[in-house]
Design a protein around this ligand. Structure first.
Ligand code: NAD
Length: 439
């Protein structure tokens, strides 16, 4: 199959490289010339495990190319995937579809009749209908628009793409179904389930999936608050409920609230869709509120662990990316936490294994350290915000020795409270009893 992938961000680049690895001929397009120049020179625009070697090997085989020339990339393609950003629109939270529609207008004058246009971007119900209308208005002879939402997770994106829990395809016409089946055929051999459904249903499925995961996280976060009040341990509660197959263990980690490029914007966009349809979605609405409040409350949590007053205190922060194994800082809980600490008069020194460059674009007034040890040195407290593997096995005795104040706020429950206390640290986890962790 000849494929054009419009947008070479976290989704487009991974999808394009994986499709090429399946044996397809893929042209990846981006309007950001810097990204394309970098990719043509072998420099990845994002940090994603395994991506560089996957890209390199497929470029060498001649199956993967990068260009800013959209017309050239889409002209001979049998399928054109749209994987551009759909951020929350400022003000109302609706998905901003400017990038999607701009790309559609650009490709309309060029694609051959019968080309299947596929939205991989997360787009609200009805966007496929809008795309179809634009294509018809632009005089495209045979219009075929499908939805193929993407479920990969940053940090495990390649494995997720190649071994998906499911593939969702929303397409009414036979040609679109045929082309998408051909494109994903290597995965069917591995028995990945495929759901072929209507386009609007596929579009909504993506939002429903993300909203449900967001609900799960907010649910366990509220249970964590209850655990603190009634002296129970949320880690064990999560395990106790997660082992029930009807519930499942994933997304039951209490923490500082969800962030990232998807859950916050997708829950807001779902609420916009619901408002437009005149249907209330109380559970999702409450989840958004619970999560916003939680992120905003994290700086106070640190202040409380330090006796209330943060002025002049030096606080070390471990982890900035919204989750481990990515450099993505979009809506990261670290941002509201750090801004809150600074507002309360603290000095912040932070370290993240890969996200420093991205963090520098969104954080002001933060000092950046080069290691966990450097951040801990002479700090009044150390806060674990992102659970990178390298923060899971810190030498707590050494950390305690280099900290000025012996406070460890573990927003990801990485450490055993008893072990931390043995090292001489005042330990404060999430949802681990009245005292921050069982004695
Ligand atoms: P991103 O911001 O990392 O990448 C988008 C890219 O599209 C950018 O490089 C931008 O320059 C490019 N672009 C925009 N308009 C263009 C145009 N007209 N022509 C060519 N290139 C153009 O975004 P992302 O994180 O990859 O997300 C893309 C979509 O996938 C979003 O809808 C998102 O919700 C969805 N999604 C993201 C994830 C994730 O984990 N990041 C997972 C599943 C789905």
């Amino acid at each position: 199959m000849r494929i054009a992938m419009i947008g070479t961000g976290y989704v487009g680049l991974v999808s394009g490289a994986c499709f090429a690895d399946f044996g397809h001929q893929v042209a990846c397009v981006d309007k950001d010339a810097g990204k394309i120049d970098g990719l043509n020179a072998g420099v990845m625009p994002i940090w994603e495990p395994g991506l560089e070697s996957l890209v390199k090997s497929n470029v060498e085989r001649g199956r993967l190319t990068f260009t800013t020339d959209l017309p050239a990339a889409v002209r001979d393609a049998e399928a054109v995937f749209i994987a551009v950003g759909t951020p929350a629109r400022r003000g109302d939270g609706h998905a901003d579809l400017t990038y999607v529609f701009d790309a559609v207008r650009e490709l309309a004058g060029v694609i051959a009749p019968g080309t299947v246009v596929v939205t991989k971007s997360t787009v609200p119900v009805g966007t496929g209908d809008e795309i179809e209308k634009i294509l018809r208005d632009e005089g495209v002879a045979e219009v075929s628009v499908a939805s193929n939402p993407e479920f990969l997770r940053e940090g495990a994106a390649i494995a997720d793409f190649k071994h998906p829990d499911r593939i969702v395809v929303g397409a009414a016409d036979d040609r679109a179904q045929y082309i998408l089946r051909e494109i994903y055929r290597p995965l069917f051999l591995n028995r990945a389930p495929i759901l072929i459904t209507g386009r609007r249903t596929a579009e909504l499925t993506k939002y429903a999936a993300n909203a449900f995961l967001a609900v799960k996280i907010s649910f366990i976060n509220e249970i964590a608050d209850l655990c603190e009040a009634v002296d129970a341990d949320v880690q064990d509660v999560a395990r106790g409920i997660g082992l029930d197959n009807r519930i499942g263990a994933k997304f039951l980690h209490a923490g500082p609230g969800y962030g990232g490029s998807c859950f916050p914007k997708d829950t807001l966009a779902l609420l916009q869709t619901a408002d437009q349809a005149g249907v209330e979605q109380r559970i999702v609405r409450t989840t958004v509120q619970v999560n916003d409040d939680r992120k905003a409350a994290m700086a106070d949590r640190v202040a409380q662990a330090m006796g209330g007053d943060l002025s002049g205190k030096r606080i070390g922060v471990l982890g900035l990316a919204f989750k481990p194994n990515t450099d993505d800082m979009r809506e990261a809980p670290s941002i509201s936490l750090i801004n809150g600490l600074i507002e309360r008069g603290a000095d912040v020194c932070a370290f993240d294994p890969v996200a420093r460059h991205q963090a520098e674009q969104v954080l002001d007034g933060v000092e950046f350290g080069a290691s966990a040890e450097e951040v801990a040195k002479d700090a009044d407290a150390l806060v674990i915000v992102t659970e990178w593997d390298e923060f899971r096995a810190l030498d707590l005795d050494r950390i305690a020795a280099s900290l000025r104040g012996k406070v460890l706020v573990d927003l990801r429950n990485v450490y055993d409270p008893a072990e931390a206390r043995e090292a001489g640290l005042a330990y404060h986890g999430i949802g681990r009893g009245r005292t921050g962790g069982p004695a």
